[in-house]
Design a protein around this ligand. Structure first.
Ligand code: SAH
Length: 199
């Protein structure tokens, strides 16, 4: 499916995330899916950057890279996507700046091995590296899953890290559905401010 579908329902953070990305990712730009999993976010980014843009997708699991590759091939978009079976701390080594959007969707691979999850140490290292790649007005979005073992600690660390970012350089938002369990997934969005003058 090659047309971009706007979500009908705002259920959970991914729908809001996708709406924001549709506004901020321009045709011809570069974007990164730092946890490609089943490839749904990679596909959205590939649609948004268009044939003149490029998406770099990362995942440590072969299964995830294969599923993403299949989804992208089905959409006929192989030329605009590069998939790295590598840990996302390497993004700044493998992707040239500037980048319009970087997505982290943490936790485990849906329909996959639940013992393989993102972990706070590598996640925070990768988030720090991500900031070096973003272009002004570019977005870093991080969906956290505090409901599973380990995910709560990771969500806490990501939240603490994001809250400390200097407000004159970064606009930091948190988004979470309120009428659900307190440990339901939620999303943090970081936007780079254009302030070359005092950077
Ligand atoms: N965005 C995906 C879901 C991501 S699930 C979708 O739309 O389907 C989280 C993914 O993070 C899993 O596939 C897991 O293998 C991957 N992952 C775990 N640690 C990682 C790391 N250090 N670097 C990159 N990916 C990692």
């Amino acid at each position: 499916m090659n047309s971009i579908q706007s979500p009908t329902y705002l259920r959970g953070p991914v729908a809001l995330n996708h709406l924001l990305l549709q506004n901020f990712v321009q045709k011809g730009s570069k974007a990164i899916d730092a946890t490609c999993g089943n490839g749904k976010d990679t596909l959205l980014l590939a649609q948004l950057v268009g044939a003149a843009g490029h998406v770099f997708a990362f995942d440590v699991q072969k299964t995830a890279c294969l599923r993403t590759s299949e989804r992208i091939a089905d959409a006929g978009m192989q030329k605009r996507v590069t998939i790295h079976q590598a840990s996302h701390e390497l993004i700044a080594d493998l992707v040239p700046s500037p980048v319009a959007a970087i997505i982290f969707n943490l936790g485990w691979l849906p329909g996959g091995d639940r013992s393989i999850i993102t972990n706070p140490e590598t996640t925070i290292a990768a988030l720090k590296n991500s900031l070096t790649l973003l272009q002004p007005s570019g977005l870093l979005t991080i969906t956290c899953y505090p409901g599973h073992g380990g995910g709560d600690e990771e969500a806490r660390q990501v939240s603490n890290w994001a809250a400390e970012l200097a407000p004159n350089h970064w606009h930091v938002w948190r988004m979470g559905q309120m009428n659900v369990a307190t440990d339901a997934p939620s999303c943090i969005v970081v936007q780079k401010v254009n302030n070359h003058a005092d950077a």
